[in-house]
Write a protein that binds this ligand. Structure first.
Ligand code: KIV
Length: 306
């Protein structure tokens, strides 16, 4: 197991925060500026979510994002985030096939991308993947409830655990993930009382997204909370800014200024010493006078080059 860099929030601190009733703050990020903003805001965990497929890469769901793309994005985040724990989200296909493949891909996040941990979705078959990856020395965050990689099987992006049986199963799945070695479990789109019960039963922290106020921490997608996402948003999203409006206004103003000549102004323009400018203007007005005689002669007998 590798030693965490100096200043990095220690993983066991998360369980301590749970015991002390101190809320854990997690946000997604997909590039270095996002990671720096999260770091400066004192965020505890930065997840390089496979939501990158939708909010960065323009797909309709999370399934298409590849391992190489996730490694690339995670590396940019890990480079910039010093204190927050950086988690690489294992994309669809990177852990479904076998324990061995899961470990190999988790190692890529850990070794190539510089992630501190990985996250994967589901319980059931995912439990042996968690055991295998933790066994290789890589911390794993679990994720139950609405697991977007299997949204088709779940009947769409729908709240999970709404019947007594489904709620009981959800509690069992979360307990099994803890037992398998997860250091925390994400609960997505789960009724608040069910999430509260999971949180009470687990020793490791729960991180909620659409799972009510009783989880040990909360996570939101960067683009959703900043108002960079457009179109329909799930009801669990709270917007803290309207950046897409600001970006659109700024780009429209820029285009207008370029077309009207209002940009660039003097303050955006470089000058040069007046004597250099005069010399430059002299030579550029009659270029052949400043050239050495031989060259001038040669060029006068050869075709002009652009
Ligand atoms: O990929 C992601 O962004 C996530 C969060 C929504 C928890 O899994």
């Amino acid at each position: 197991m590798s030693t965490p860099p100096q200043g990095k929030l220690a993983l066991p601190k998360l369980a301590e925060m749970k015991r002390d009733g101190e809320k854990i703050v997690m946000v997604t990020a997909y590039d270095a500026p996002g990671a720096r903003f999260a770091e400066d805001a004192g965020i505890d965990i930065v997840l390089v979510g496979d939501t990158a497929a939708m909010v960065v890469l323009g797909y309709d769901g999370t399934v298409p994002v590849t391992m190489d793309e996730m490694v690339f994005l995670t590396r940019t985040v890990a480079r910039a985030a010093r204190r927050p724990i950086v988690i690489g989200d294992m994309p669809f296909g990177s852990y479904q096939v076998s324990d061995e493949a899961a470990v190999e891909h988790a190692i890529r996040f850990f070794k190539e991308a510089g992630a501190d941990a990985v996250k994967l979705e589901g319980a059931g078959p995912s439990l042996s993947r968690v055991r295998a990856i933790v066994g290789a020395g890589i911390p794993v965050m679990g994720h139950v409830g609405l697991t977007p990689q299997s949204a088709t099987m779940l009947g769409g992006f729908k709240t999970q655990g709404k019947t007594a049986d489904a709620a009981r199963q959800l509690v069992e799945d979360a307990l099994a993930l803890e037992e398998a070695g997860c250091f925390a479990v994400v609960l997505e789109a789960v009724p608040a009382p069910v999430a509260a019960e999971v949180t009470r039963r687990l020793e490791v922290p729960t991180i909620g997204i659409g799972a009510g106020p009783d989880c040990d921490g909360q996570v939101l997608v960067y683009h959703d909370l900043l108002g960079l996402s457009e179109g329909h948003l799930p009801r669990f999203v709270k917007r803290y800014a309207s950046l897409s409006r600001e970006i659109r206004d700024a780009l429209e103003n820029y285009a207008e200024d370029v077309r009207s000549g209002a940009f660039p102004e003097e303050q955006h323009t470089y000058e040069m010493p007046s004597e250099e400018l005069e010399a430059f203007e002299r030579t550029s007005r009659s270029p052949s006078t400043s050239r050495p005689r031989a060259q001038a002669t040669k060029s006068s007998s050869s075709p002009t080059k652009a």
